[in-house]
Design a protein around this ligand. Structure first.
Ligand code: C2O
Ligand code: CU
Ligand code: CU
Length: 523
């Protein structure tokens, strides 16, 4: 089958219309070819209904990317700028964030138009303590709606930046929440407006949020953040729209940045507690340092019970870890991300590993605490939920021409589903009881990997099942996002401690925008 031709269209009902694909790859910029193929089915008869597809924009066919050589590399990694606490009161954090378009100079002499939090990419780091009350005034100076979602934090739904609560252009609101004891962990924040999350993150909106314990077994260590994001720049150093492949596979910017810097030099002159964040929309990371091991001490929701020694750190989109790094000897190393096959549908990719940074480790690590903390196991579950991830049946797109861009978009918005449905902001999909422990089984019945995320709580992985083989979680940990491979089933245990609407979705942000999301009402 030739590359131009692998998408076939079959006009079924609106609900089942979707993109299809076959084994061959598609280049980023041959959507035009696909769209020029002859019509073989009567698309016109399809009822387009009132599905909004206007948020889907395609990059022009002739978009050229910036030559990566012009990107400055090798600079020392700078720490993230802190969001300033304007409060003098104890246990109170008060600050303000302005969301606006501003220009950043990623590449010398070229101004890139971005969306920024307080003029920064990445946004300012928020650092607070367990038990603190947080009050953040947010002003939206963008031309479109936005929200701030506090990814992973136990905040009440009406303060959590749901798509139901947009901050309209030129409006402001205050987010206010109190962080409970035992919520110390490594979180982040990003926009969550209806349909526009992937676009706003691609343009620069994301920041990290650390909740520190007043005291834990590692609180004597110096800390460093590695906030990993990816950026695409066209030859004019501007951030282009998505391609069709981006919408289907999730967009991966060609420039992988750490704290906004390209291939920086990380310096550790002593043992450090390093927090690593995957803030990419769709890129999976599998970190390795040849000549060093990672001591995994924490995941999304804070410290593990027992430290784990690992050669590689796997981070699907939206996941975070805390690690110590143990070099075999003092020296300079490379921080790389190894290739991980997540079964992309359209994008052809090289299977190379990627150098993210140089890292200088000027210490040896002989001893570290093995036991980090204890957290109570959740009680046996009282309720059960099942989520089936699917890509609507491999229908087709043979024969779409330029006039059929609308059909392609319509197919996209019904392609990625949870329990057979695309997201509808007016619908509640599931109900849970307040404070009741639940077991959730997430089943990936599709052909690509999807990272599952739920708001407002941290879950524990109990087991996973692939090809009939059940694997128990190798160690206890708290997380809010977990990858599910094709045909895999993961079993999670969790509880929701606030009433209201919670979102759960695929954290490939394009999939989220295209409707791979549902809402849960906690009653
Ligand atoms: Cu980080 Cu609903 O997302
Ligand atoms: Cu979230
Ligand atoms: Cu997905």
């Amino acid at each position: 089958m030739n590359r131009r031709q692998f998408l076939q269209f079959n006009a079924l009902t609106l609900a089942s219309a979707s993109l299809g694909y076959a084994a061959s790859g598609m280049s980023e910029h041959n959507m035009k070819n696909m769209m020029n193929m002859p019509m073989t089915h009567n698309m016109g008869a399809m009822n387009m209904g009132d599905i909004d597809t206007s948020f889907i924009q395609f990059a022009p066919d002739n978009t050229r990317l910036l030559n990566r050589k012009v990107f400055l590399s090798g600079e020392n990694l700078a720490p993230l700028k802190l969001l300033e606490n304007e409060s003098k009161e104890k246990n109170f954090f008060r600050a303000s964030i302005i969301i606006a378009e501003s220009e950043k100079e990623f590449v010398k002499g070229k101004k890139t138009l971005c969306f920024t939090y307080n003029g920064l990419v990445p946004g300012p780091k928020i650092e607070v303590y367990e038990g603190d009350t947080v009050e953040i005034l947010v002003k939206n100076k963008l031309k479109e709606a936005t929200t701030i979602h506090w990814h992973g934090l136990p905040v009440s739904p009406e303060q959590d930046g749901n798509p139901h609560d947009p901050i309209l252009p030129n409006r402001e609101r205050i987010y206010r929440f109190k962080l409970p004891e035992n919520s110390a962990g490594t979180y982040w924040y990003h926009p969550h407006p209806h349909y526009l999350t992937s676009k706003q993150v691609a343009r620069g909106l994301a920041g990290v949020f650390v909740v520190k314990a007043k005291k834990d077994v590692l609180s004597h260590l110096k800390e460093q953040d590695l906030m990993i994001s990816d950026l695409r720049l066209d030859e004019k150093a501007q951030i282009p729209e998505n391609t069709l492949s981006d919408w289907v596979d999730g967009r991966e910017g060609e420039f992988v940045l750490i704290n906004g810097q390209f291939q920086p030099q990380i310096i550790c002159n002593e043992i450090q507690r390093i927090r690593i964040y995957n803030c990419c929309a769709a890129r999976y990371l599998n970190l390795r340092i040849q000549g060093a091991e990672f001591i995994l001490v924490g995941t999304d929701g804070g410290l593990l019970e027992q430290a784990q020694t690992l050669k590689e750190i796997y981070l699907n989109p939206a996941s975070r870890v805390e690690v110590l790094i143990k070099p075999t000897q003092k020296g300079k190393f490379k921080l790389e991300s190894l290739y991980y096959n997540r079964n992309k549908m359209l994008t052809k990719e090289s299977q190379n590993s990627l150098v993210l940074a140089d890292i200088s480790l000027q210490y040896t690590l002989n001893e570290f605490p093995q036991t980090l903390r204890k957290f109570e196991p959740l009680k046996p579950p009282k309720a059960f939920k099942e989520i089936i991830m699917s890509e609507a049946n491999m229908v087709a797109m043979q024969g779409l021409n330029d006039n059929n861009e609308k059909e392609i978009k319509t197919a996209l918005v019904s392609m990625f589903q949870l329990n057979g449905k695309s997201f509808d902001i007016k619908r509640t999909d599931l109900y849970s009881k307040l404070n009741e422990v639940e077991e959730w089984v997430i089943i990936n019945d599709s052909d690509m990997d999807h990272p599952f995320h739920i708001h407002g709580t941290q879950f524990e992985l109990i087991s996973s099942k692939l090809n009939g083989i059940v694997t128990k979680a190798p160690f206890r940990s708290l997380r809010d996002t977990i990858n599910v491979r094709p045909n895999e089933e993961v079993r999670l245990r969790m509880v929701q401690n606030f009433k209201g609407i919670r979102m759960y979705h695929c954290h490939i942000l394009e999939h989220e925008d295209l409707g791979m999301m549902g809402s849960l009402e906690v009653q």
